[in-house]
Design a protein around this ligand. Structure first.
Ligand code: DQA
Length: 148
């Protein structure tokens, strides 16, 4: 039997993690996050598809590809969190569980970061826990998907 697939999607500028405003986003790179998540996915018996794109349409395509494929989706839409109805609509057409992750606590920052379009669809939101937020999201999905 094949393992359940978890898709992890990262939005614009997250490819610069580790060097981008480290006082806000920390020193770990996106590759560090991917490695940690892969290890945790193996532990839970999941397959992991980890992607990053700076382009809104590409993120929409990846969400559409997750339909019927991924049992759960972890997404840090980055700046598109606050602007993208297209990403919200794509997520609304996806049938699995969705966890929205932000490294920083968006509610503590500039007012334009306080609203998330994606949160209307997310089953859970993690913000302000740094890269640990991704692991917390994966553990949450594992708990749900392992339940009989
Ligand atoms: C972010 C928060 C967003 O407001 C910002 O545009 C990002 C990253 C976070 O992970 O804290 O690029 O999603």
């Amino acid at each position: 039997m094949s393992k359940p697939l978890i898709a992890v999607l990262n939005g614009p500028n997250l490819n610069l993690l580790g060097t981008r405003e480290p006082e806000i986003y920390g020193h770990q790179t996106l590759q560090d996050v991917e490695s940690e998540l892969r290890a945790r996915a193996v532990h839970h018996g999941f397959e992991l598809d980890f992607q990053q794109s700076n382009h809104e349409g590409r993120l929409v395509d990846l969400i559409q590809e997750a339909r019927g494929q991924a049992a759960g989706l972890i997404i840090n839409p980055a700046a598109y969190t606050h602007t993208s109805v297209a990403i919200l609509d794509a997520l609304s057409a996806y049938e699995g569980k969705v966890v929205e992750v932000h490294l920083s606590n968006i509610h503590k920052r500039e007012p334009f970061r306080h609203h998330s379009y994606v949160s209307r669809r997310a089953d859970g939101v993690v913000a302000g826990l740094g890269t640990f937020g991704y692991l917390a999201a994966l553990d949450y999905l594992a708990g749900l998907l392992k339940r009989p």
